[in-house]
Design a protein around this ligand. Sequence first.
Ligand code: ARG
Length: 454
Amino acid sequence: MKDKLLEEFISSFNYDNRLAKYEIDTCIVWTQLLARKKIVDSKKAKKVIQQLKKLKKNIKDKLVPAEDVHYAVEQTIEKMLGKDKELAGIIRTARSRNDLVVSDERLMIKDEIKEIIGYLKQVISSIIEIANKNLDVAMVGYTHLQPAQPVLFSHYILSYAWWFVRDIGRFRNCYTSVDVSVLGSAAFAGSSFNIDRFYVAKKLGFTNLSMNSVDAVSDRDFIVEFISCCAITMMHLSRIAEDFILWCNPNFGYIKLPKKLTSGSSIMPQKQNPDYLELIRGKTAKVYSAVVGILVLMKALPLSYNRDMQEDKVYLNLAVDTLKDSLQVVNKIFCNVEINKERLEDDLRNYDFVLATEIANFFVRYLGFNFKKAHKKVQLLLEYCWRSNKKISELLSEEYYKIAGIKISEKLFSELKNIINPQKIAANYKTYGGSSIKEVKRQIRELKLFLDKS
Ligand code: ARG
């Protein structure tokens, strides 16, 4: 009598069936190898391969559910072979589900990394586009979420692109760790059959071979590494989400999202909430929990294979699906967001104390103050402004003298007035990698080069 509870408990089919196409590819190559090495009769092998190829064309309809994807493929092939069903048994020679599952997962992750890198590149291009369209727009930049200094909006937004350049680098390094063929390790000890592991690796597109069969079937560090890469990218997406959520609050008003990228309220008719962004932030938790989940799953497991590891796919799928969806949604947001230049400019006027650093720089340059002294003097001016509700950009030279004891000639004062223009300041941080038009253009060139060559 079947025990449904036990059957379902042991089954991974619901979450490993996405490995089916890799499983089938592997079965084809494996059967070819067995025939080449004369371990099985080549006519029999041909019949099996024929059915495997047929199954690959129509996995969705043909694949019969079983305990896991490996048994599902085997049992489906048996069914498809009809009277020759016995032949399906040849594929099992010199291999085990233990090395098969690792091989399937490695093949899947290699494909997923390629897809993720594609999405990351799209996001980088969309950011470049926004920067290009708003090259010389100035804004208030923030540290501690407090108005800090004027910067170019293009420079600010391009910082996100560099996050993703590094994410791509991390995924590429991870690809190298994943790109290892383990087939031939069998249950954990290898096999006494004359198996050509190099042939199998080459046919399946693996670059390297595992060196120890016990290690090959028992570790999942490559999955931990991959999920960690996903988590780092989600961290980046969550930070963009947070910035954008703030920026579409009317107190900032720096950006506007189109209706399709917001969601209304069932009670407050005026609402257009940034729910997609909030969900990017929220779904980051899933990917972080996947990192913790896989680490806990693997903690203190004895050698070699243990069935616990079947659950690795729960975390793998969670991380990869959440990340891929989130990247595509973020890209839609970058492609459709409207930048409100007027509001960015308003805030430069509202928070004109962001000019303070440049006034101190002026004192250093033209009055020979050391920076500490200049900083103190500007602080005096600022306190005066806040007490008397004035803007620092509107102070008269007499006030500089009265409040901070600074004597400035008429000529120098008009020079100062000329310098403390937020747009000019924002476009003039000449340092390599700073917020100047020239540097922003260089960044865009570098980013485009990166996209072209990679
Ligand atoms: N579905 C299993 C997994 O993912 C396959 C390996 C089962 N191996 C075994 N010896 N019971 O880990």
